[in-house]
Design a protein around this ligand. Sequence first.
Ligand code: F6P
Length: 370
Amino acid sequence: MKRIAILTSGGDAPGMNAAIRAATLVGRAGGAEILGIERGYRGLLDDAFVELGANDVAGILREGGTILGSARCKEFHERPVRDRAREILARHAIDGLVVIGGNGSLTGAVHLASPEEIGKGRPLKVIGVPASIDNDLGLTGLSIGVDTAMNTIVEACDKIADTATAHDRTFIIEVMGRDCGYLAMTSAIAVGADLALFPEAGKTENDIVDQIVDTVMAVRKRPSRRARRVIVIKAEGVAVPADRLKTLVDAKLRARTPDSDPSSIETRVTVLGHVVRGGRPSAFDRLLGSRLANVAVRSLAAGQTHKMAAWMPPVELPEEVGTRSPFDPYVWLVDLGAVLAETDNLLKGRSSLARWRAGAFDEIEDALLL
Ligand code: F6P
């Protein structure tokens, strides 16, 4: 491998910089020239290449976001646009490409690396590195950014819990995650929330309102005043907007408790939004980014392509789908096409993992309200 390019694409994730740094240093140590592509696939189409050396990546480990910038690029779904991208990569004599990103970015990588699309063009090897705070990618236990996002959510919820406890209030806290409830589920456990709402549960608006109201009624009966605050964590993928949920819940609570002072039962809403995506990467995300990128670049150099470096896949993998990397016992090399198929199953609730997640939550909720 003489020239390797790196890009970050889609929603940025804390720890992307650790991956850029590791890919640069490991690639250079192996004798390759490393180029960064600014603003993901959009920058690739704009020919926005920059050389990356040790000095360029010094000190970036602790920075959130991505030093290369990122973008969403819908045109990349079109074959002629990808052909143009391959021509640009060929003009820069790129032999290998590391794509750091989520579902959309890895979809682009699958097509870029497809032998049918490459045809008689300049050979190109592509390896993906999973990075998305949503943890919505299949065949990897974790993606870069998830741990930091969870820590951010937990910190925010702990603060909200202080004021909620002081006022015996109910808070609905919305967290990012697009179509995936993972962040809502795990942070609910980590903060000791009373209820987690996530799209995989497939509940109707009415079910959700009843769930919240039943939870409030049950929690209010707890003997200790300090245990009577209610924290509901709502994934953004739950289709009912948080404000609408508040209105519906408040109305039902008033109807169920006609003797209460309405102001004492009124819920409060906090939408954490993009706060969840920013900030300094946690130690774990720095390590995860570094280790996945290390394997990605070494695998490219070893001739691999059309693969993703995955962190301890949570399902059994047949050999044709994935194998443990020889470079790191926790990192597997899995087929990019299989990653996308499993991602789709995960998001549609069809995979065993999705069913386990939702089922585990039903049990947790039952236990919480005993
Ligand atoms: O995929 C990461 C993510 O932060 C999702 O959780 C969220 O739905 C989406 O990106 C927001 O995208 P944008 O920053 O383009 O609005």
